[in-house]
Each structure stands twice: as C-alpha cells, then as structure tokens.
Design a protein around this ligand. Structure first.
Ligand code: ATP
Length: 146
C-alpha cells in the first residue's frame, strides 16, 4: 500500500516521524484528510486532535495549533505544542482548564481574555484526546470525573 512520510515537530522536540497511510488534521478551515499523492498545500492548524492511520493502528496526537505543509510524498507539521494521547497529563490539563475558566469569569482586559480563551481551548483539546483514547481503561474515567 502506498504510504506518505509524516513528521511532526515542535520548537522543543521531534514528536513523530514515520511512514503512514493517512493523516487527519484539524485545519483552521475544518478537518483535513491527507492521503499519499495529495495536492501540495500549506495550511494553519487549530487546537485539536491529529490522527494518523498506519495499518490497523491509529495514533492520536493533540496539537495546540501550528502549520502543516503537504507535499505529494511528505507532510510536515510544525506545532506550537503536541503530545501523543498517552503522554497527556490529565490533571495538569484539568488544572489549566480551571485556571482559564476562573480568568474568564473575572472578565479581565481584552488581552487577558484572549489569552484565557486560548488557554481554555488548549486544555479542552488535551482533555478530549486523552478522554477518547483512555475511556476503555477504567481508572482514567475517575481522573476525568466521570
Ligand atoms: P500549562 O498551563 O499546564 O503549562 P499550557 O497550555 O500553557 O498548559 P503549553 O504552552 O501549550 O501549555 O505547553 C507547554 C509545554 O508543556 C509543552 O511542551 C507541552 O507539550 C507541555 N504540556 C502542556 N500541558 C500538558 C499536559 N496536560 N500534558 C502533557 N504535556 C503538557
């Protein structure tokens, strides 16, 4: 089967690099499915889940925004921050979500409001990806307060 090279980097580290069958990314204009030999494009990404299909495996990664370059044989993502589902610290994301909600309730200045909204979006994206992947595990359900 035809595959496509996928690389995901942040300013801190190489998060993923391998040949995959398909990439599903949270584009700023909506979800984008990329197969090998896709038309070249450059797009912004919003906070959300990036999924990779590789054989029977599906890899789930949360990204907090960034850019994606698509070439027919290679896709490169430069993300602000990214964690594979199993790397997400749920307690930390929950704490970040609470902090952001408190800041939004305090209705600070516009700049602070925008920052709190962005922070809330990152935390919610992390919790969604962690939740979707770990639901069958059981113990994490409690961590998530379900
Ligand atoms: P926090 O307020 O908890 O730092 P944040 O949204 O401000 O959250 P980012 O600026 O997006 O954090 O990321 C900073 C670094 O911390 C990145 O390396 C990112 O991968 C990591 N990181 C942030 N939150 C988590 C989390 N819940 N689990 C694992 N890594 C995280």
């Amino acid at each position: 089967m035809l595959t496509i090279r996928f690389e995901l980097v942040t300013g801190e580290r190489l998060v993923y690099s391998d040949d995959v069958d398909m990439i599903i990314a949270p584009g700023t204009e909506g979800e984008l499915g990329i197969l090998p030999r896709h038309t070249p494009l450059l797009t912004g990404l919003q906070p959300g889940e990036l999924r990779l299909k590789k054989g029977a495996e599906e890899i789930s990664i949360v990204i907090t925004g960034g850019f994606m370059e698509v070439l027919p044989d290679k896709v490169t993502v430069l993300a602000d921050a990214a964690e594979r589902a199993e790397e997400i610290d749920i307690a930390r994301a929950e704490a970040a979500r609470q902090r952001a909600l408190e800041r939004l309730q305090q209705r600070a200045g516009d700049a602070d409001l925008a920052k709190a909204q962005a922070s809330l979006q990152r935390a919610v994206a992390r919790l969604k990806v962690a939740k979707r992947k770990r639901r069958p595990g059981g113990t994490v359900r409690q961590e998530l307060g379900e």
